[in-house]
Design a protein around this ligand. Structure first.
Ligand code: PEP
Ligand code: MG
Length: 582
C-alpha cells in the first residue's frame, strides 16, 4: 500500500474510481426539506402550524403505542419503550422550544427549523462520543422526520442544489439517499457507516460512483466545501490535499478512464471461454438509469431487477398502473432480451418512506419482516406487484424472482397468488403472458441452499444471492463496517452451500445463475464457471471486466481450479489460488 499523507482517512473502498471535488457534508442525514424565510407577520401562524404538527405526531405515537402493546412480548415492550421516549420528547422538550425559537428568531419555515434543531442536537450528542447517547441521537432524528412528515412540508430532492462534481459526505448514506443522487452531479460519496456488500455500496457500484464507506471520524474532520480526494479502490479519503497529491490522483483517474475505454472494445465480442462455452452475462439493475446503460455494456438481459426502486423514491406506495408503466418501459428498452423482476425486498437496510411506519425495526431487522415475508403478510402488496409484472410481460420476456425464500410453502403461496392475479386480470380483459412467466427463487439463506432439491421441484429457476448467503451463513451483517474484514464469500461454508444448490439445480434441470456481488468480481469467474455456472448477473460496469476474464478461461481447467478451491479450509488460501490463475 502506498504511503498516504497525514490528512488521509481510511475506510472500505466499495466502489472503484477516483473523485476529486468539494465536500457536500450532509448533517444528520436529513438534508431533505427546503428552507425559506417568512415575514414577521407570518411567524405566529408558522408556530401554530408547528404545534398542529406536534399534536398530529403525538396522536400517531399514541396509536403506534397501542399497536405495540397488542404485539406484546419483548418486541412489543421494546417498541413501547422507544415510542414513549419519543412521546416525552414531544412534550415541551428542548427540541420543541428550540424549533419555536428558530421560527421566531430566524424567521424560517417550520420544516427547516425542525431540521436545523435536530442537526444541532445530534451534533451535541455525538460530541459526547458515548455509543448510548449516539443512539439517542438517532431517536431524535426519527422524531424530527415524523414532525417534518406531519408538517406535510415541501420536500426537495436531497442533492438537487449541490455543486456539480461534489463529494457527498455523511455519517450514513442510505440506499434511498443513493437513489436520489444524479451521477452527473455527484462525483462520489463517503460515509462513516456501511459495509462493502450493503445495498448502498451495491448502488454506488451500479451508478459507477466512487465510494468509501466505514470511515471513522469523517464528518468531524471534513468541513462543508473542503476539497476532498476519494479513492474508491484503496478506500481512502484525503482531506484538503496539497497540489502535488491532487496532481497524482488526477493522473490515476485519467489512467483508470483509459483502461475503462479500452475495455469497452469488448462490448461486441461474445462472452465465451477459450473452449467455446457461452457464459451469459446479464445486468443487475437498482435504478432505471442502469437499465438504460445495460445494452451499451453488452448485457444479454437483466438478470436481477431490484424492484425496490419503485418504492424508495415515492412517499406513498406506487399503485399497479405506475408500477406497470415503469416495468414495461424497462422491459421494452431491452428489445426482447429477458428481464428477471424480483418482487419487493424491503426491510433490513432498505426502508421506503411509505413503509417506515408499518415496519417496526425489531432487534434484528435482517431476521425480521424482510422481502417475501412482508409480501406474504400483505397480499394486496404482492398481488399489485404480480399484476404489474404480468402486464409488463406483454412487452417482452420476463421472469419473476422471489427474495429470501426459505421454504417450499412460500413458493406454493406465491404461485397460487400468481394464478389468482392472472385470472383476475383476464376477467378485466387485460392480456397476460401465456404461458405465465417462470417463477424462480433466490438462494440466499442457508436453509434454502440446504433444501435446494425440494425448492428445485417447486420452482422454475434459481438465482444465487451470494451477498445474503454470505451474511446469513457467517452470521455477519453485510452493512456493518466493524465486521467487514470477516465477511468473505470464499469461506468454505458459503462455497459448499453454493455448490450444493448448483448441483440440485442441474439435477432438476432448472436454470441457475449467480446475481450476488461475487458474479461481478472477475477474480471469482474461474470458480463460478468451474462450479458449473453459465449465467452471471452483475453491475453493468463490471460486465466488460468479467467478460475479459471469461474469454481467457478454459472450462476444464476452471473445473479443476474449482475442485482445488473447494478442498481448502482457509479462505485466504482460496483467494491466493484464484489470484494465481492466469
Ligand atoms: C444477494 O443477496 O446476493 C442479492 C443479490 O440480493 P440483494 O443484494 O439485493 O440482497
Ligand atoms: Mg439478497
Amino acid at each position: 500500500m502506498k504511503d498516504l499523507p497525514d490528512n488521509a482517512l481510511r475506510g472500505l473502498g466499495v466502489s472503484d474510481g477516483v473523485a476529486i471535488g468539494p465536500a457536500h457534508v450532509v448533517e444528520g442525514g436529513m438534508d431533505r426539506v427546503r428552507e425559506f424565510r417568512i415575514s414577521s407577520g407570518r411567524v405566529p401562524m408558522e408556530i401554530q402550524r408547528f404545534r398542529d404538527a406536534k399534536a398530529t405526531a403525538a396522536r400517531q405515537l399514541e396509536h403506534l403505542r397501542e399497536q405495540s402493546r397488542r404485539i406484546g412480548g419483548g418486541a412489543g415492550e421494546e417498541m413501547d419503550y422507544l415510542l414513549s421516549a419519543h412521546a416525552s420528547m414531544l412534550a415541551g422538550s428542548r427540541l420543541i422550544r428550540g424549533v419555536e425559537q428558530r421560527i421566531t428568531d430566524r424567521m424560517i419555515n417550520a420544516e427547516a427549523a425542525v431540521q436545523r434543531e435536530i442537526s444541532a442536537i445530534v451534533r451535541q450528542f455525538r460530541a459526547l462520543s458515548d455509543p448510548y447517547l449516539a443512539a439517542r441521537g438517532d431517536d431524535v432524528r426519527d422524531l424530527g422526520r415524523r414532525l417534518i412528515r406531519a408538517l406535510g412540508g415541501e420536500r426537495t430532492e436531497p442533492f438537487a442544489n449541490i455543486a456539480v462534481g461534489s463529494i457527498v459526505v455523511a455519517r450514513e448514506i442510505t440506499p434511498a439517499d443513493t437513489a436520489a443522487m444524479a451521477p452527473n452531479q455527484v462525483a462520489g460519496m463517503a460515509a462513516e457507516i456501511g459495509g462493502a456488500d450493503g445495498h448502498t455500496a451495491i448502488m454506488a457500484r451500479g451508478l459507477g460512483l466512487p465510494a468509501v464507506l466505514g470511515v471513522p471520524d469523517l464528518v468531524a474532520t471534513i468541513r462543508q466545501g473542503d476539497q476532498v480526494i476519494l479513492d474508491g479502490m484503496a478506500g481512502v479519503v484525503i482531506v484538503r490535499p496539497d497540489k502535488a497529491t491532487v496532481e497524482a490522483y488526477r493522473r490515476q483517474r485519467s489512467s483508470l478512464l483509459r483502461r475503462r475505454r479500452a475495455l469497452a472494445k469488448l462490448t461486441d465480442l461474445p462472452s465465451e471461454t477459450r473452449d467455446g462455452v457461452a457464459i451469459h452475462l446479464q445486468a443487475n439493475v437498482e435504478l432505471p438509469i442502469e437499465a438504460e446503460q445495460a445494452l451499451g455494456f453488452g448485457a444479454e438481459g437483466i438478470g436481477l431487477l431490484r424492484s425496490e426502486f419503485q418504492f424508495m423514491a415515492a412517499e406513498t406506495e406506487p399503485d399497479e398502473d405506475s408500477q406497470y408503466e415503469q416495468l414495461a418501459g424497462i422491459v421494452q428498452s431491452m428489445n426482447g432480451r429477458p428481464v428477471t423482476i424480483r418482487t419487493l425486498d424491503v426491510g433490513f437496510d432498505k426502508l421506503p418512506p411509505s413503509m417506515v411506519e408499518g415496519l417496526p425495526p425489531g432487534d434484528n431487522p435482517a431476521l425480521g419482516l424482510r422481502a417475501i415475508r412482508l409480501s406474504l403478510l400483505r397480499p394486496a402488496l404482492l398481488d399489485t406487484q404480480l399484476a404489474a409484472i404480468l402486464r409488463a410481460g406483454m412487452h417482452g420476456p420476463v421472469r419473476i424472482l422471489l427474495p429470501m425464500i426459505t421454504s417450499v410453502s412460500e413458493i406454493t403461496a406465491v404461485r397460487a397468488a400468481l394464478l389468482r392475479v392472472a385470472r383476475k386480470l383476464k376477467r378485466r380483459g387485460v392480456a397476460v403472458p401465456d404461458p405465465l412467466p417462470p417463477l424462480g427463487v433466490m438462494i440466499e439463506v442457508p436453509a434454502a441452499a440446504l433444501s435446494a432439491d425440494a425448492l428445485a421441484r417447486a420452482c422454475d429457476f434459481f438465482s444465487i444471492g451470494t451477498n445474503d448467503l454470505t451474511m446469513y451463513t457467517l452470521a455477519l451483517d453485510r452493512t456493518n463496517e466493524q465486521v467487514a474484514s470477516l465477511y468473505d464469500p470464499l469461506h468454505p461454508g458459503v462455497l459448499r452451500l453454493m455448490q450444493f444448490a448448483v448441483a440440485a439445480a442441474l439435477r432438476a434441470g432448472i436454470p441457475v445463475n449467480v446475481c450476488g456481488e461475487m458474479a461481478g468480481d472477475p477474480r471469482f469467474a474461474p470458480l463460478l464457471v468451474g462450479l458449473g455456472i453459465r449465467d452471471l448477473s452483475m453491475a453493468v460496469g463490471s460486465i466488460p471486466l468479467v467478460k475479459q476474464r471469461i474469454r481467457r478461461l478454459d472450462t476444464i481447467a476452471a473445473a479443476e481450479h474449482a475442485d482445488m478451491v473447494m478442498a481448502q479450509t482457509d479462505p485466504a488460501r482460496s483467494a491466493e489460488l484464484l489470484d494465481a490463475i492466469s
